[in-house]
Ligand binder design. Structure first.
Ligand code: ATP
Ligand code: MG
Length: 559
């Protein structure tokens, strides 16, 4: 159980389930996560995964993984594997209950025959356009298809011939015979089957008619004896249709469908169609680009499964659409990494410092704490030398008031080491500062004041003689608009500065051996992880996961 969960009250789905178990005759609960394998999972899916697997776990029930693979045109095995992998990474397990809607194609076909025999389904010859044009509007009834008048025998014969491939794509559909005047448009004789002469990723060439999602979904839940079928709000209006199918097919027990609001994040697009466009048109490196809201992207960015689960729990479960601030996601990873990430020093934009009164070849080892949040993580030795690097923006020639870092004549503390005072800034012939000449106070060893004199700024550093040089990538939001979804073309809202590649960063030498996926806090800068795609042995590339909650940046007057 997550930290938040122990503190919060029950959300409405938990209340429904507890009531069902206590009073409504349910002996157990059984949920499912039903992705369509037509893209990679995103943070919205993570919400649904945490909910479905989480509820099953909490109430001692089971959760199935079911691939809703009714559309052979967009579905691929690559997506099936990535979805399995992402769910496992998030920390959930479907055990031996991995199902595919395509496993139920035979049964769905038989059920369609039953509806035809009951006079509740018919073969329609209208094209998709004609169906659209005759559907009516919520206040104007639709027109009945001529197919509605066909006899059972005729319908059975035509449906078999559809199945046997006698008609071209789009020539006919099988439709439910419900009510062309229903105020619920989903009940106006919806299509159950369409002809698609394309192979399916699992059934190959066996079928050339494929069930519509609406025809497959509720029955798949019934086949798997799902007790609580948790869906996002847009399916609320489909519920009467699902009930109609289950009633006329006399399926028992009936899954109880409950809808909740999908997760929306500001500065983010989440629809798979939009994410696919970002990938296809190469606005990002791929589905796993660290700026993508996919599980893959978040993983590469350095997010932990714990932080995502905690985020989903914090977001809660609502019945109404709303938008969550992406800062909450960032908060969750920051909070987790604060506990587990070792601290290291890294200088992203180096400026050389020469300590003029420090012996030429001397190397002193200073002690550095690995994680102040966890004394068990111990400490390490860092080499202190006459020449060092500091962050370029930790020096200002002409500082404003309250700038407590380095400037001509001022003194700062070098983290874990000594107080230094800047004596001179050396410039090249273009007038750019290329080096600082400083003096140190040998009595301030360990960064302690020798005589009670106050030094406000503390800055980080790396030895110029002994370090690793690495590429570091700083990420910012992919979109500059708070809601890219409402703009005419969401591509127009892309943030042109969503990634910044720094080639000259210097880091503690041990980081040259950091393994892909390893996570660190670069002191004063943020949390970083070793990229799993571009790193090479001995040459890691670091991704910034998230900036720091800047406490000791503030201490150094960095605000
Ligand atoms: P998208 O609109 O992003 O393409 P989808 O709903 O078509 O997503 P599916 O693969 O059909 O994607 O979704 C699998 C499950 O995940 C469904 O139960 C769906 O309701 C749920 N889901 C998808 N997006 C979200 C979201 N943003 N928040 C919560 N649940 C979601
Ligand atoms: Mg869908």
């Amino acid at each position: 159980m997550s930290e938040t969960e122990t503190k919060r009250s029950l959300h409405f789905l938990e209340q429904i389930i507890e009531e069902d178990l206590a009073k409504n005759g349910y002996t157990h609960i059984h949920t499912r996560f039903p992705p369509e394998p037509n893209g990679y999972l995103h943070i919205g899916h993570a919400k649904s995964i945490c909910l479905n697997f989480g509820l099953a776990k909490k109430y001692g029930g089971k959760c199935n993984l079911r691939f809703d693979d009714t559309n052979p045109l967009t579905e691929e095995t690559e997506y099936v594997q990535s979805i399995e992998d992402d769910i496992k990474w998030l920390g959930f397990d479907w055990e031996d209950r991995e199902y595919f809607t395509s496993d139920y194609f035979d049964r769905l076909f038989d059920w369609a025959v039953i509806l035809i025999e009951k006079g509740l389904a018919y073969v329609c010859d209208m094209s998709a356009e004609e169906v659209g044009a005759t559907r009516g509007t919520p206040t104007v009834p639709g027109q009945e298809s001529p197919g509605r008048k066909r006899t059972k025998e005729e319908n059975l014969d035509l449906f078999m011939r559809m199945k046997n491939g006698e008609f071209p794509d789009g020539a006919k559909t099988l439709r439910a015979r419900i009510d062309m005047a229903s105020p619920n448009m989903h009940l106006r004789d919806p299509a159950l089957y369409r002809i698609r002469k394309v192979p399916h990723h699992r059934t190959g060439d066996k079928w050339c008619i494929y069930p519509m999602y609406d025809w497959a979904h509720g029955q798949s839940d019934a086949i798997e004896q799902i007790t609580h079928s948790i869906c996002t709000l847009e399916f609320e209006v489909h519920r009467p249709l699902y009930d109609w199918f289950v009633t006329h097919l006399e399926l028992n027990p009936r899954p109880k469908q409950i809808e909740f609001a999908r997760l929306n994040l500001n500065y983010t697009v989440m629809s798979k169609r939009k994410l696919l466009r970002l990938v296809k048109e190469k606005y990002v490196e791929g589905w796993d680009d660290p700026r993508m809201p996919t599980i893959r992207g978040l993983r590469r960015r350095g997010y932990t499964p714990e932080s995502i689960r905690e985020f989903c729990d914090r977001v809660g479960v609502a019945r109404r659409e709303h938008v969550i601030d992406v800062a909450l996601l960032e908060f969750s990873i920051r909070e987790h990494l604060n506990k587990i990430a070792p601290r290291v020093m890294a200088v992203l934009n180096p400026l050389k410092v020469v300590i003029t009164n420090y012996p030429e070849d001397q190397v002193e080892e200073v002690d550095a704490v690995n994680n102040p949040e966890d004394p068990g993580m111990g400490s390490r030795k860092l080499p202190f030398t006459k020449e060092l690097y500091i962050e370029r923006d930790d020096f200002m020639e002409d500082p404003p008031k309250k700038y407590f870092r380095l400037s001509p004549g001022t003194e700062v503390r070098l983290r874990y080491a000594y107080f230094i005072t800047c004596q001179e800034a050396i410039k090249n012939d273009k007038g750019e500062i290329i080096e600082l000449r400083c003096t140190y106070d040998p009595a301030s060893k360990g960064g302690n004041s020798p005589d009670g004199r106050k030094v406000k700024g503390t800055i980080h550093w790396v030895s110029a003689k002994d370090h690793a040089k690495c590429e570091v990538r700083l990420y910012d939001r992919l979109f500059k608009d708070e809601n890219p979804n409402v703009q005419e073309d969401f591509i127009q809202c892309l943030n042109p500065e969503s990634v910044q590649v720094l080639k000259d960063a210097v880091l503690e030498r041990s980081l040259a051996d950091a393994q892909p996926g390893a996570r660190f806090q670069f002191e004063r800068l943020g949390y970083f992880c070793v990229d799993t795609k571009h790193s090479q042995p001995g040459r890691p590339v670091f991704n910034r996961t998230v900036t720091l909650k800047d406490t000791w940046g503030k201490m150094a007057g960095k605000e």
